[in-house]
Write a protein that binds this ligand. Sequence first.
Ligand code: AMP
Ligand code: TRP
Length: 350
Amino acid sequence: MTDTQTQTKLKIFSGIQPTGRKTLGNYSGGFRQYAQTQEVGEGFFCIVDLHSITVDYDPDELRSSTLDLAAMLFATGLDPERSTIFCQSHVTAHAEAAWLLSSVTSYGQLGRMTQFKDKSENREFIAAGLFTYPVLMAGDILLYQTDVVPIGDDQRQHLELARDVAERFNYRFGETFRVPDGQYPEIGGRIMDLQEPTKKMSTTMSSEQGAVYVADTPDQIRKKFKSAVTDSEREIRYDPAAKAGVSNLLEIMSVATGETIDDLVARFDGSGYGDLKEAVGESVVALLTPIRERFEALRADERELQRLLAVGAEKARRAAEPTLELMYDRMGFVRPDAGRFFGAARPRGL
Ligand code: AMP
Ligand code: TRP
C-alpha cells in the first residue's frame, strides 16, 4: 500500500466503558459494529476508563472490568493486527485534549445532555466529571481525525456535541479537525430491557432479569427470554415506535441471526408469544456461546491482555500526537520542543 492510500483510509473510532458486565445492547450497538467496521478502514477502539470514574465506582472493580472488556473486544472479533485496541488512560493526549476543548464547549449545551440529566437525577453527589464527560468523548474522537464513529442510538447527542466542538474549534483557531459522522445500526441501535421494554437495556440501570449479558450461560439466557415481558394484543407485529416487548424481541432475533424483521414476522405469523420467546432465546444462545468461550480463554491470560494493550497504546500515542500538537500550536501555546512537528508531517490533509 502506498503512502497516499494509507493516508486516505477511512478512520474509525469508538469507545466503550469498562463498567459492569457488558450487555446484548452493547453487542448490538457496539461490539458488532466494531468488528464490522474494522474491515473497511483503520480502526481505533478505546476502553474509556477515564469516563468510568464520573459516577460512583470501585477501584478494584475498575481494574478487573478493564481486563474483562479487553478480552471481550478480542472475543467479539477485533483483530489486534489490523486495529488499534487500547486504554484511554494509557494515552495522555486524551486528558489533555479534553481540557483544551473545554474552551470551545458550551456550558449550556452540556447541561442539555440527556445522559447527564438521567445519571445525575436523585443523586446526592454529582461529580463535575459527569457534566464534562462529553468533552472528553469529543477529544477521544477528534484526536484521531476520525471519519466514522460506530455507536448505539443513546450516543447521538454526544456525537452531535463532538461535531459542534470540532466546528467551533476550526472556526476559532483554523481548520484542525475532521468533523466526524456517527454510524448507527439500522436494527438494534437501541435494545430495550426485557422486563421494562420502555427503557434501554443498560449495564448499570437494568435489573438482573432485564439485561442479557454477553458472558451469560445458555441457561441464564433461556431463563431471561422465557420471562421477557411481551405485549397485550397477543399478536406478533413490529412497531419500533411503540417500544413494545415483541418488537424488541424481533430486533434481538434479527441481530442474532441476520434475518430481516419482515422474514421473522412472516415466520412467526400465527405463533404464540411462548414460541417466539423460545426461538429468540435459542438464537441468542447460538450467538453468544462461542463469544463467551473465547472470552473465558482470553480472560485467563492477563499478561497477554496487558501486552496487547501496551502495543495498542503505543500505536494510539503515535496516531494522536500530531493532532494534539497541532491543537496546542493553533491555540497559541509555546511548546517545549517547538519545530519538532511543524515543517514535518501534519495530520492528514492539514
Ligand atoms: P457503554 O457501555 O455505555 O460504554 O456503551 C458502549 C456502546 O454500546 C455505545 O456505542 C452504546 O451506544 C452502545 N449501547 C449501550 N447500550 C445499548 C443498547 N441498549 N442498545 C444498543 N446499543 C447500546
Ligand atoms: N460515551 C460512550 C458510551 O457511554 C463511550 C465513549 C467514550 C465513546 N468516548 C467515546 C463512544 C468516543 C464513541 C466515541 O457509550
